[in-house]
Design a protein around this ligand. Structure first.
Ligand SMILES: Cc1cc2nc3c(=O)[nH]c(=O)nc-3n(C[C@H](O)[C@H](O)[C@H](O)COP(=O)(O)O)c2cc1C
Length: 162
């Protein structure tokens, strides 16, 4: 059973979760990298990132050499931007045809919005089994062992019991 962890991360939170999951299960990792990086500090970060969500931009992504056909389980991780997934997923989900997979969703946020992300993504790639969801409030600010425990418990519930 092959696992793929896909994630986008601007400031490292979602990357931390992706790499922690990958320490627990055997998985390939695909980091979505826009060719033109988003601003990652100050007002510009929220302005340009927020604008990109509102205008449903599809930022060009760096090439990657991963064929989703080869995977049965796909973990999808994003920071919450303006209450939903970040725009690199507009590009990714348009390009890839994701169906008949087991999907696990994870998100990082500054207070909320994960539920809308779960709902939106289920509408965009409906023909899949959605097996689990987990979200974190800026985990880089939390203790590493708490995060590990949460991920351990989650994987036990949604992944290892299947
Ligand atoms: C453009 C932008 C919009 C954001 N919108 C939200 C939001 O709607 N709700 C929220 O709780 N956090 C929001 N955040 C905060 C991020 O989701 C949060 O800091 C997250 O942990 C960042 O993950 P990353 O380090 O993987 O990029 C936003 C951040 C940015 C840059």
């Amino acid at each position: 059973m092959k696992n793929l962890i896909v994630f986008y991360s601007l400031e490292g939170d979602t990357k931390l979760i992706a790499s922690t999951i990958s320490e627990k299960i055997n998985a390939d990792i695909l980091e979505l990298k826009p060719k033109k990086k988003y601003h990652d500090s100050g007002f510009k970060k929220y302005f340009w990132g927020g604008r990109s969500v509102i205008f449903k931009e599809k930022p060009e992504l760096q090439d990657y050499n991963i064929n989703l056909e080869n995977y049965e389980n796909i973990f999808i991780g994003t920071p919450i931007w303006v209450g939903t997934y970040a725009p690199p997923y507009n590009t990714f989900l348009k390009k890839e045809n994701i169906s008949n997979k087991n999907i696990y969703l994870f998100a990082c946020h500054g207070g909320g919005g994960a539920d809308k992300f779960y709902k939106n993504i289920k509408e965009i790639i409906p023909n899949n089994e959605f097996k689990g969801e987990i979200d974190f409030n800026e985990p880089l600010k939390e203790s590493r062992s708490d995060i590990l425990d949460q991920i351990d418990n989650w994987l036990k519930m949604v992944y290892f019991n299947n």
